[in-house]
Design a protein around this ligand. Structure first.
Ligand SMILES: CC(C)(COP(=O)(O)OP(=O)(O)OC[C@H]1O[C@@H](n2cnc3c(N)ncnc32)[C@H](O)[C@@H]1OP(=O)(O)O)[C@@H](O)C(=O)NCCC(=O)NCCS
Length: 169
């Protein structure tokens, strides 16, 4: 990544946006029932469709991705009106199952405009609901002299473990 500031216990993670969403799985099931492939192909990328359809509880995974896309949109702070389509946001899973966000088209343009370097997402689902939480991160910020001073004072009064609580290395 360009111009990356080396992480130290003092660098500040620059949170540019957060977003969350919750959806009833039944609502997604009804959309699929009513609109079939028209709905699925409008909202999900081919990779997402393959992933969800390969799982036993496909609807829950579709609902999880719906919630993730809405949460990411909230973290961007934009609406669907700003030229972003559902398929501009893709959720993939790493080999351990962790969801990873891929952005393209209008979503990618917006991320670049806002200076977002990384978009993190977490998804959860059960029979009734799916929920997701997204975090938009900008470039790490170097510590200001004032912040260094405050951290130093806090460590002195509360012990060195506070440094870990403030920012994990
Ligand atoms: C991650 C874990 C806690 C999920 O909890 P759960 O209660 O079973 O399921 P939830 O509905 O809350 O969450 C499911 C979502 O968790 C996310 N998830 C799965 N593995 C994850 C991981 N390693 N890290 C972060 N998120 C993960 C996925 O987005 C998944 O939804 P998706 O498959 O639709 O993308 C559980 O699956 C677990 O302990 N996994 C350990 C990792 C593992 O066994 N990996 C096997 C391959 S190495």
């Amino acid at each position: 990544m360009k111009d990356k500031i080396p992480s130290t216990p003092e660098t500040i993670m620059n949170v540019l946006g957060i977003g969350t969403d919750i959806i009833e799985c039944l609502r997604i099931a009804h959309m699929i029932e009513r609109h079939g492939e028209l709905f699925i192909n409008r909202v999900y990328t081919p990779h997402e469709i393959r992933y969800c359809q390969s799982r036993k509880q496909a609807t829950q995974h579709f609902a999880g991705r719906w919630a993730a896309k809405e949460a990411i949109l909230k973290a961007l702070g934009t609406g669907w009106r700003k030229g972003i389509s559902w398929r501009d946001i893709e959720i993939r899973n790493d080999p351990g199952g962790k969801p990873v966000v891929g952005l393209r088209g209008g979503a990618r343009d917006m991320v670049e405009k806002l200076g977002i370097r990384e978009m993190l997402v977490s998804i959860s689902h059960c029979r009734s609901h799916a929920t997701a939480y997204a975090l938009a991160l900008g470039a790490e910020v170097p510590p200001t002299p004032k912040r260094k001073e405050l951290l130093h004072a806090a460590r002195l009064s509360m012990g060195t473990s506070l440094g870990v609580a403030i920012r994990a290395p």
